[in-house]
Design a protein around this ligand. Sequence first.
Ligand SMILES: *Cc1c(COP(=O)(O)O)cnc(C)c1O
Length: 237
Amino acid sequence: MTGAGTPQDARTPGPAEALPSIAARIEAAAGGREVRLLAVSKTRTAAEIRRLAERCGQRHFGENYVQEAMAKRADLEDLPLVWHLIGHLQSNKCREAAETFDWIESIDREKLLAPLDRYRAPARGPLELLIQVNIDAEPSKSGCRPEQVGALASAIAGFPRLRLRGLMAIPAPGDPHRLAAAFAAMRRLFEALRRDHPTVDTLSMGMSEDFELAIAHGATEVRIGTALFGPRPPRAP
Ligand SMILES: *Cc1c(COP(=O)(O)O)cnc(C)c1O
């Protein structure tokens, strides 16, 4: 007997089940543009990541903590995955970050650049960087101020093993008008940056709750955790 109401029907779908519908929503919002799905896998196990990669061909994964990502990357070395750091980067973690990640989306100060360049192995190719912008000027959040983007971008251009690819932001959720204004401000910054730096092609904004709005405002990458994997378990101590 199958039918609705059996315990099996009540089970939470896993990420492999959720991905096709999220991909379809991204595609519909993008209207023919290429928008990349970054699967945010913080707190998720290597086995969950493997399943999503093998069943759905998902390649790009976002992690918030350097140590956590190092362990997962080592477990999944056999898969052609691309690892993005989306959490705050401490200066004393630059070496591990340059060795572990393909992209770092949380560049918010010049001090990080020299150590990232120094520790990037030339054989790995350039480390792809996004400048994180604190677009709604929240004092508690990471990210540089919008008026600091130009100087930071020029500084990145001076390092041979670093490559500027664009901008990232985490606007405060909630009020849709404020959110839309923040996304629109990011798009203007992005267009201006692109005029000065030909390697810039990535605008990372939008999460589970607001990715369609972000895409409508020009996001080229959305970072999705909860909508893909379900609610996050508490972080292990
Ligand atoms: C956790 C996280 C996400 C994903 O958030 P969800 O709401 O779970 O989709 C995206 N970006 C950053 C920077 C994050 O820390």
